[in-house]
Design a protein. Structure first.
Length: 99
């Protein structure tokens, strides 16, 4: 960074710190106590994806609905009742049994 960039950044930090100080009701100590938070907010605004990781694509499913849960997962939900559903009623379709 050049000196002019440094000065521009410090101006942004001071302005943001003053804004934060005013939004907090101008507490004693002045805007200087808000400089660190102002720097963090500016860094996040300048590069919002710096601390994120890309999400990998889900594996492709063959046939049926893409992204649908397997029937076994839906059937198992009824085996663990919650306080509102004590497992007294069927909440999902069941697989037909082969005769």
């Amino acid at each position: 960074m050049s000196q002019s960039d440094d000065r521009a950044m410090e101006r942004r930090v001071e302005e943001r710190a003053r804004h934060l100080w005013e939004s907090e009701g101008r507490p004693k100590g002045g805007a200087g106590q808000f400089r660190d938070r102002a720097r963090q907010l500016i860094a996040i605004e300048d590069n919002p994806h710096a601390a994120t990781e890309p999400v990998p694509d889900p594996p492709r499913q063959t046939g049926g609905d893409r992204g649908a849960e397997p029937l076994e997962a839906v059937e198992n939900q009824g085996e663990f009742p919650t306080l509102t559903d004590q497992g007294e009623e069927t909440t999902a379709p069941r697989r037909r049994r082969k005769s």
